[in-house]
Design a binder for this molecule. Structure first.
Ligand code: NAD
Ligand code: DAU
Length: 338
């Protein structure tokens, strides 16, 4: 199989490419990535002679058409992915997440190429504490510029499938953790803060709940769907990993042998989604997928170790990321008891 992976220099895409090269010798991989602030060529460095890398934009219709004409399938990860950035400046989210997806859909339509669309549980909005987890039938109700543009891209895929017969599947996954995640995101930000001797920073009271899944479990599900998923079907991906943010910060501090209350509360995110939770019954029963990383604390410890061992990978991004948080108005509200 000849595979085009968009966003392969980003967090999940790079892990997907690594897993694919390791497990599937019959697959050839071309990565298309614009190398935005979130793309890191170093993530693919160990595979440089095993893949083709194209530096380009998914919204470039001619480039995308040419690349898609030479493959059997596309797995589309490329996106603007960070909620905080979407609140500061929404336009790149509209351009990449909506127009970029349009560009890919037109190309797979023209060349009748199999397409898998990687999306997020955030398209469903958020849940209250006692609400049932999201399923494939939950109505869309996105909250942020990020999640609304991902929702729009999902709807384009559904329309292109129904109206033009595009052979597409979709997946909506919960929060990923693992190696190669940008230091702007919650878990790597706190780990790298602690390596630098800075206290973790918890938005608001930290009662928001996220449903954590290891990135390798997400990517194995993507392969299951690509190979055996039903055309036109959406599959939710999640590993029953619900935890509130405060508990995660405390676990990270414990992994550093630090007092679990040694963190700061900072300004909350506007419109902050309260809770995400995934019911992955369809994926488990129809495709037989199960997560391999059942123990979040162990997965987190391995992730902490990865950031300790790979400082040269994240160091160039750390100071600029923290400056952006300050510029966006983040303020310290006080310590754990605040
Ligand atoms: P990321 O921000 O780490 O990586 C995004 C990649 O896309 C980067 O390499 C970037 O350079 C590239 N890119 C951005 N704009 C581009 C453009 N116009 N053309 C080509 N490349 C471009 O993101 P991630 O966390 O790896 O997320 C990957 C996908 O998974 C996204 O679609 C995201 O919505 C989805 N997702 C993420 C999570 C999560 O927890 N991170 C969970 C569920 C779904
Ligand atoms: O649910 C899937 C989504 O998960 C993906 O679609 C997104 O691409 C991905 O970024 C992630 O979105 P979140 O907004 O949930 O992730 P983030 O890492 O930004 O934040 C996780 C939680 O931690 C959230 O409730 C906000 C909080 N937070 C975040 C940061 C960066 C903090 O408390 N402190 C922080 O410093």
């Amino acid at each position: 199989m000849r595979l085009l992976v968009t966003g392969g220099a980003g967090f999940i895409g790079a892990n997907f490419v690594k897993q694919t090269i390791a497990d599937r010798p019959g697959v050839t991989v071309t990565v298309l990535d614009a190398l935005t602030y979130a793309g890191n060529r170093a993530s693919l460095e160990p595979l440089a002679d095993r893949i083709d890398f194209v530096h380009g934009d998914i919204a470039d219709l001619d480039l995308v058409d040419e690349l898609v004409s030479g493959v059997d399938a596309v797995v589309h990860f490329a996106a603007e992915s960070h909620n905080d950035n979407s609140l500061a400046e929404p336009w790149p989210f509209v351009q990449t997440n909506i127009v970029g997806t349009y560009s890919l859909l037109q190309a797979v339509r023209r060349h009748d190429v199999r397409y898998h669309h990687v999306s997020t549980d955030e398209v469903y909005g958020d849940l209250g504490p006692g609400d049932r987890a999201f399923t494939e039938r939950t109505p869309y109700n996105p909250s942020s510029p990020y999640s609304s543009t991902k929702a729009a891209s999902d709807l384009l895929v559904r329309a292109w499938t129904r109206s033009f017969g595009v052979r597409a599947t979709l997946s909506n996954c919960s929060n990923n953790y693992g190696p190669y995640q940008h230091v702007e995101k919650f878990i790597p930000r706190q780990i790298t803060n602690l390596i630098d001797g800075v206290r973790p920073r918890l938005y608001g009271a930290g009662h928001q709940v996220r449903d954590w899944i290891h990135v390798d479990d997400h990517n194995r599900a993507v392969w299951d769907i690509l190979e055996r998923g039903r055309i036109g079907q959406t599959y939710l991906i999640g590993a029953d990993g619900e935890l509130d943010n405060k508990s995660v910060v405390r676990m990270i501090l414990e992994a550093f042998d630090r007092d679990p209350d040694d963190f700061d509360h900072v300004t909350d995110r506007p419109g902050h989604d309260q809770r995400y939770a995934i019911d992955a019954t369809l994926l488990r029963t129809e495709l037989g997928w199960t997560p391999r990383y059942g123990d979040f604390r162990a997965g987190l410890a391995a992730t902490v170790q990865w950031y300790r061992d790979n400082e040269s990978w994240w160091r160039p991004y750390k100071a600029i990321t923290e400056r952006a948080y300050v510029a966006a108005g983040e303020q310290t509200l006080g310590g754990a008891s605040a």
